[in-house]
Design a protein around this ligand. Structure first.
Ligand SMILES: *Cc1c(COP(=O)(O)O)cnc(C)c1O
Length: 357
């Protein structure tokens, strides 16, 4: 089997060694002669997996005391609804920065529960930048941002200074770089962009911020219920939690978030330098807001698309077709994507320019 350079936007590439261990656990977990898929989530072997996954999150991100770490179901998309249920007061309001498809969906879900103020938006330019210089209403219950915009290839380089509780959807850049968790009342992320397989969502929630809305919250949406149940109020997604744990262990063994942040910067620099230098391509996002995770670019001459597509396919590159809202190409460079895969893509772009130049 020849190596595929997997630039998939999500579900994402995972380290080969993680996939190998994960596959072994399906047949024989911890030498129990049982599959991980057929043992109780309350068995000591699985409880150890959940504890380990939570401990790794805490260690890798430097989560301070006073925060709970949960692995729940429903995707970040259910998180969009959990946010207002747990943080917006009955009759209250919340502020949202609209930076793309996911930010818009988060905003729309929250509108079901209260008065939502879209305080800034980059919709006027098809979300190709991160709005700046807006003022944050001090009477809102929280501010919601989407730190990395997976579809449009933009990323917050600075977290806004926020006078009210700050909540972030970090689905597509969590664990890609250092963050200061203490700035946030809630961080959430679907696992499948940078942490593991689809099926679980990570929540890092400040305990003291909960229980203040005066709302009746359905149990499955209530963070306090899940905290009390230690992430096992109902059957947790055992396999996605296990594979996420393995991926976080891989990250730790290799040097943690500091290590991967440097490599992610090298990958992004390599690709963006080529996009800027190559006369056949143009990046779609504003330079200062470019995402280190998802690089979006288009061909200047669409008529050459077939030629370019044939070349990257021949080089065993996969998953770089852009989202339909942007078109062109999107190269997702999540943690497990090696630098050599970016080199392979850049080599194809260079060869393409020589061939048609
Ligand atoms: C993919 C994505 C989501 C949606 O996640 P699901 O787990 O599929 O619900 C939300 N936010 C961002 C930023 C994403 O990239």
């Amino acid at each position: 089997m020849s190596k595929v350079h997997n630039f998939s936007a999500g579900p994402c590439i995972l380290p080969q060694e993680v996939l190998k261990k994960a596959s072994e656990a399906v047949i024989n977990f911890n030498n129990l002669n049982l599959s991980l898929l057929e043992i109780s989530h309350r068995s000591k072997d699985f409880v150890a997996v959940m504890d380990k996954a939570q401990a790794l999150v805490k260690e890798l991100l430097g989560v301070p005391d006073g925060y709970s770490i949960l692995f729940l179901q429903g995707g970040a998309s259910l998180g969009f609804l959990k946010v207002p249920y747990n943080f917006m007061k009955e009759g209250g309001s919340a502020a949202y920065v609209n930076t793309g498809v996911w930010a818009s969906k988060a905003l729309k879900e929250a509108q079901q529960l209260g008065n939502i103020k879209e305080i800034a938006s980059s919709k006027d330019k098809n979300f190709n930048y991160i709005p700046k210089g807006y003022s944050i209403p001090t009477d809102a219950d929280y501010l919601h941002i989407t730190t990395n915009n997976t579809i449009f290839g933009t990323q917050f380089k600075n977290i806004p200074t926020c006078p009210i509780p700050l909540i972030a959807d970090m689905s597509s850049d969590i664990f890609s770089k250092k963050i200061d968790v203490s700035k946030f009342d809630l961080i959430y992320a679907g696992a499948q962009k940078n942490m593991g397989p689809a099926g679980t969502t990570l929540y890092i929630v400040k305990d003291s911020a909960l229980g203040k809305t005066g709302r009746k919250i359905p149990s499955m949406l209530d963070f306090q219920v899940h905290i009390k149940g230690e992430s096992m109020f109902n059957t947790p997604p055992v396999y996605p939690v296990y594979v996420s744990m393995l991926t976080l262990q891989w990250l730790k063994d290799n040097g943690g978030v500091e290590w991967i942040e440097k490599i992610n910067q090298q990958k992004a620099d390599l690709l963006y330098n080529e996009i800027d230098a190559n006369p056949f391509f143009v990046g779609t996002a504003e330079k200062e807001d470019r995402s280190n995770m998802n690089a979006t670019f288009v061909l200047k001459d669409e008529k050459l698309a077939d030629e370019f597509n044939n070349m990257w396919k021949a080089a065993n590159i996969s998953g770089i077709v852009g989202h339909r809202d942007v078109g062109g190409y999107r190269a997702s460079m999540y943690n497990a994507l090696p630098l050599e895969s970016v080199k392979a893509l850049v080599d194809v772009m260079k060869a393409f320019a020589i061939k048609f130049g």
